[in-house]
Design a protein around this ligand. Structure first.
Ligand code: DAH
Length: 342
């Protein structure tokens, strides 16, 4: 009888190896035959036999558990937590969190997904920025002359050999205009948004963090005007806040745009506190018509093409949406904070 059990075990093992769905081993004829056989055994030996059969069944269950664990571990190993999917993968097609693994999306990640989803539906491609860059992309390519005082507004961190932690996502403009220049030659616009992390040498407080997020946008084609800029940003804001909003442009200065503006929206209903006039407008982003020098530097003829660009802080949008009072929560890795966004 002990031999019956041993040969059933061998048969079960090879069957188990071949199964895709390991759970099905519990329905194996070999296991069933052993259980059915219990009745046939003489009463004196039945107890001991039954115990051995049950022990085998328990062993089979440990095979299943081990296989599931191994599978799980393999899936985890396959996930690069720093880049689990391409930025242009639609949200609905991305891998889901593994069942049984506790965790949740960071509120900034969730917001970036929402924002990019809207821009993608408007026809924009999403590109990532980088977390280390150089002086050329940070300043020179963006029409900041050497020693220009406007550089002081973007005080950030540098390595000893002159690399820069980018202080804005505009560092990507020159690269991406070059990368998508063929679009223009093919009669298509360049339409790209760039969400990513940026860095500044800030004195930290509830509204200032050394590390935060922006989303940059670039749109270039023949005959693009400020009217297109306003229409594009208004369409985004209406969709994002779910209501038709009044917008306002006020003059501003950036070296990389001419003219430059601050773009404000009427405070959406969800964020309305009182009716006083100074509460009415929310200044959300900087924008403007891309400076001819920036286009020329990226190999685009400003006599033929024009474009607009904008840069929008993301952290503040998330803080407004969720009523978060201190920007430092985002980088704190504080689980009590993060678990609220499950
Ligand atoms: N880079 C600017 C900042 O961080 C924001 C910005 C303003 C981006 C105007 C743009 C732009 O692309 O056109 O303050």
């Amino acid at each position: 009888m002990e031999q019956d059990i041993q040969s059933a075990r061998t048969a079960l093992l090879s069957e188990f190896d071949a199964l895709d769905d390991k759970q099905r081993i519990l329905k194996s004829v070999h296991l069933r035959a052993l259980f059915d056989g219990i009745r046939e055994v003489e009463p004196k030996q039945r107890g001991a036999y039954g115990k051995s059969v049950n022990a085998l069944k328990q062993e089979v269950q440990t095979w299943i558990d081990d296989a599931q664990l191994a599978n799980h571990t393999a899936q985890l190993a396959a996930i690069d937590v720093t880049a689990p999917w391409g930025v242009n993968t639609p949200v609905g097609s991305r891998p889901q969190l593994l069942s049984g693994v506790s965790g949740s999306q960071h509120p900034l990640t969730a917001e970036i997904d929402r924002i990019c989803d809207i821009y993608q539906r408007m026809g924009f491609i999403v590109e990532e920025s980088r977390e280390i860059d150089d002086d050329y992309h940070m300043f020179t390519s963006l029409n900041f002359p050497a020693d220009h005082p406007a550089r002081d507004d973007y005080d950030t961190f540098m390595t000893d050999d002159g690399f820069v932690a980018p202080a804005h996502t505009s560092t990507m403009q020159n690269r991406l205009i070059r990368q998508y220049k063929n679009n223009l030659e093919a009669g298509q616009p360049i339409a790209v948004v760039i969400p990513d992390r940026v860095f500044r040498n800030e004195d930290l407080d509830a509204t200032h963090e050394h590390t935060f997020y922006q989303i940059e946008g670039v749109y270039i084609d023949k005959g693009v005007t400020v009217g297109n800029l306003i229409a594009t940003l208004s369409a985004f804001m209406d969709e994002y806040f779910g209501q038709k909003l009044e917008t306002k442009l006020q003059p501003f200065y950036f070296p990389f745009t001419e003219p430059s503006f601050e773009f404000a929206i009427e405070r959406p209903d969800a964020l309305r506190k009182n009716d006083s006039e100074e509460q009415k407008w929310l200044e959300l982003l900087g924008c403007g018509m891309i400076h001819p020098n920036v286009l020329r530097e990226a190999g685009v003829d400003p006599e033929i093409y024009t474009g607009f660009a904008w840069g929008n802080g993301i952290d503040r949008m998330v803080m407004m949406r969720h009523g978060i009072e201190d920007v430092r929560h985002f980088q704190s890795a504080n689980l009590a904070f993060l678990r609220q966004f499950k």
